[in-house]
Write a protein of this length. Structure first.
Lengths: 258, 318, 258, 318
């Protein structure tokens, strides 16, 4: 068997696709997580439901009309409902969003995400775009999956600012009033992480094939909890990669190997 | 914080009658947008941006604006480039997902010139909804446990029935809302096709409303689809005919985004920073008399392709 | 000039039609107040706007499709907007309803109205239909007009139950949190009443032509404040009566003279 | 009062997939309406009453019901006549404005058999909306100063920003909502023409949803008018085809009220009280096998006239 070549983005998308149960509602932005969910619909979860923050329910993900944004007109292609933003965000608050995807400029050891700013609020060193729907997803979806590049500068001990809460701190979400939902996974190009149920901190779950523990730790600004047994991700299959690349021939959303 | 009482007073004093409000963009902006105003703009990142109105605001050099918008986009980009904004109340500001963070936005906020008051998307949407409903706040579980309340000063509240802790978002009553729609009649009855975002709420929240429309239709067309009217005439002060009013962005059922136009802008700004943005403004805003002269600068062939594409998306053509 | 014959209902409708300013929004039920507002549109307030609690904005009041209820399909005939009930009630809370009309089984000296029950809540002597939108109108419209029959059993010292607040009590509305709106008039078949600004109590304003003060007081369970000068209602004109009767040829909504 | 947590748990455990949910009325009611349930019904007095479903509930003798509805009408009248209701949560109960207070309603409540928990119209609408939004309460200025909070136990709350006093209405999560609409597909995507009342909210508030529809349409029709879908499939448990399902009441665009039918009932009850109501139930509910047998009893000529009239109203014919 020849070894398949794939990028970190590709294996992250594949792992995300395998991580969602069928017959559930996924709230996602565009780009990598959307491609991952389209892959899931094709292979593992044919009855997965896609909802965008622009109010679109179950659009058809046609390559021809791949949306640039959850709010553009393409995102509503053949949708069965085009609602208001508040409506879909409240459906999430009501409990009808099973999975929510977010990414983040900074992620800390409690799974909190910063997409707001670095430095001082009134004169920040770096101003980032802001929460958008990310805080709402992190607060209100039943299970939250973070997909991000595995870079040292992203994984920090403590985020400068909590835009989107994970477990918040050692006291956990409930203490802060977040009685619903939980952070489920962090998926990167190198590894998969989850959370220690008592300590609330990020815990390594699986290394992608060929990745070493050192490689993962070298690329993080904090040390995740290391469990007794670290899984190894099942490598992407030929079929998974073929479908991903067919959906995104230019590698615009999910980078192809060079 | 007694905005509610002030906003209600303005509503009570309105002429609520169904009278002709058609006017030019120049007149509408001159009459209803003032220096120092809090202006709410329609859309959320893509689709139905009030671009024609924004370009007119820039031409009229209306200053010290507070912009309230769920997700800011090319509209706020140009206002920031023109230096007319002192504060943005929003959940997100960029040009569009594909183009990443705006350099102009970063420059303005990082220098401290512009304050960015940040809310979650539901948070800012509910601020408009509270005002639309005529109540001073609405409760939500969003933003709990985050640092957003530290900067936006959102307060917590305890549910008197369950004892649950919630964030109370304060009602936001803009001085004026500018909303681009597909169809309106001359009285201001407005129909939005496709996603409405927070636009019905911002119309109800604001003290004054300008409707800009792709097409001005007969009131009989409104009456035949009255269950699609989402803004009633009595909230509206001005109605402006603005075909391709969301250009270079998209408009559901009417045209897809003019990607090349925005891409050219973003690439120019990547190189030339604020100066490049100002050159763009010179060419497309200051250098043209009005929206119709602006449209003359857009290649017709490109426009027609975008129109076709929007119809394909709208009607689900394969 | 021959004297015109008219009923109490007719003069009440005529007075109501004369009482609203033009260019304003009226929130009304069906029946007499709707006929009165249609009369106002014809003669005094051509740009009056009608909104029903079923969500209908500015329907055309055609005799052919006179609605039975603010919620039936006729009430939306040629409306420019058909919204949700919550939407129009919130537009009222927001300040966009200038006049609201209600009626009542019991009205007391502070203009409070009971349409809920008489006796005990859990085993009432008489169960009435309930608030419907009346409490919302009384609480949220800018000016509230009560139209009712002038009967002793209706005008009581103190209502058994405040369904819809007028001035509530001697402390007035603001004390109870009602910072908007005010009760404007009570129009009956015999008289017009308003409210004493300090005492908050119902005050006689005008007697209809030919009606005596004694007649009014004999038909009330409490004594309204009697001002120094009592007006006399200008009698209905031939035109007013003609239009009213044309709109309602059977006298179904506004009783004709026998 | 921790209904919110319970209701959210039910939502989290749902099969949210787009699967075929078409079934008979018999099956839908048997599966999703239980003795002791809190049942929310669509419509407000007139238009789109869930009459076909109500008649099936009576045939199945489902007892100890709490009915939650903004303005109750002939639907609740028949349930009260059949003796199946223990509590009504509403702002108003009658048969229809023209027929005055219902004798059956008075009898049931005045005897203490049935509790009527009364809210203002906005109050009950906001109870559904709070539940729909997934929050435990919503604030309003309605009901302040009135005696309604004394009987419905509504609590007051102070706005943390303005200090203003408001009524907090508690979220109401019905066990099941039964909603009659004009069009739905087999998955439960539902389109309402004309006024929607509180129906989109009651669908979101309830733990389970039965859609009864005048017509079952292809999903492609839904996709073409997706901005009119007001109930998405993933909230829905059962879809039932029920043409003339609101009869004898009206249905926007489909048929006007069968006035004579209701008038006959009201007059009979005026004379014969509960016995007359039970005779009516015998003839039109117990005595027929299902909704289609019921329809056989309605004179076709009368029905056609009502259909014509509804179209005239819908399309604004003079």
């Amino acid at each position: 068997m020849t070894e398949l070549r794939y990028t970190g983005a590709e294996i992250a998308a594949v792992v995300a696709a395998r991580s969602v149960e069928d017959n559930k509602v996924v709230f996602t932005g565009t780009g990598l997580p959307l491609m991952a969910m389209a892959l899931a619909q094709r292979l593992y979860a044919p009855n997965l439901v896609i909802v965008f923050e622009g109010g679109q329910v179950q659009p058809i993900l046609s390559g021809k009309y791949t949306p640039f944004s959850p709010n553009d007109i393409r995102a509503g292609y053949k949708a069965v409902m085009l609602a208001s933003t508040t409506d879909v965000l409240c459906l999430m608050q009501r409990g009808h969003v099973d999975y929510g995807f977010i990414s983040g400029a900074q992620i800390d050891q409690y799974g909190n995400v910063n997409t707001s700013f670095i430095g001082d609020y009134r004169k920040p060193k770096v101003r980032l775009p802001g929460s958008g729907g990310a805080n709402d997803i992190a607060s209100l979806a039943s299970k939250v999956i973070i997909i991000t590049r595995h870079e040292k500068r992203r994984f920090v001990e403590k985020v400068d600012f909590i835009t989107s809460p994970g477990n918040v701190d050692e006291k956990g979400r409930e203490y802060h009033g977040l009685i619903f939902g939980k952070p489920l996974l962090i998926i990167t190009g190198l590894a998969v992480m989850d959370y220690h149920p008592e300590l609330k901190r990020v815990r390594l779950k699986a290394l992608h094939p060929g990745v070493t523990l050192e490689q993962v730790l070298d690329n993080m600004g904090f040390k995740p909890i290391i469990p007794d047994k670290i899984e190894v991700t099942k490598p992407p299959t030929e079929e998974e990669l073929r479908i991903l690349r067919e959906m995104d021939p230019e590698g615009r959303w999910v980078e192809h190997p060079k | 914080m007694m905005d509610l009482i002030e906003a209600r007073k303005v509503a009570e004093q309105r002429d609520h009658s169904m009278k002709d409000k058609l006017m030019s963009m120049d007149e509408a902006v001159r009459k209803y947008v003032k220096n120092g105003d809090t202006v709410a703009l329609s859309s959320a990142n893509y689709n139905r941006l009030a671009m024609a109105a924004v370009r007119e605001m820039i031409r009229q050099n209306i200053r010290d604006l507070t912009i309230a918008k769920t997700l800011c986009s090319f509209d706020v980009e140009l206002l920031l480039a023109a230096g007319l904004v002192k504060k943005v109340i929003s959940s997100w500001t960029s040009i569009g997902v594909v183009w990443g963070v705006s350099r102009i936005f970063r420059m303005r906020v990082e220098s401290g010139e512009v304050e960015f008051e940040e809310w979650s998307n539901l948070g800012i949407n509910l601020r408009f909804k509270a005002a639309a409903m005529g109540v001073p706040f609405l409760p939500t579980f969003a933003m709990l446990g985050s640092d957003l309340p530290k900067v936006n000063k959102a307060m917590t509240i305890t549910c008197p029935y369950t004892g649950l802790k919630l964030i109370a978002v304060p009602a936001l009553f803009p001085d004026v809302a500018i909303i681009h729609v597909q169809r309106a009649d001359k009285y201001g009855n407005a129909i939005i096709d496709g996603p409405v975002f927070a636009d019905p709420d911002i119309a109800r929240a604001a003290k004054h409303v300008i409707i800009t429309a792709e097409e001005i239709v007969d009131t009989n067309e409104i009456r035949r689809e009255a269950d699609k009217t989402c803004i009633p005439f009595f909230l509206v002060d001005a109605v402006v005919c603005a075909p391709f009013g969301s250009h270079p962005y998209d408009c559901f059922g009417y045209y897809d985004i003019d990607y090349e136009h925005v891409d050219d802008y973003v690439n120019a700004v990547k190189e030339g920073k604020l100066e490049a943005a100002q050159e763009y403004l010179q060419e497309y805003v200051y250098g043209v008399k009005d929206h119709f002269e602006y449209l003359q600068k857009i290649p017709l062939e490109r426009v027609l392709a975008k129109v076709h594409r929007a119809k394909a998306i709208r009607y689900g053509w394969e």
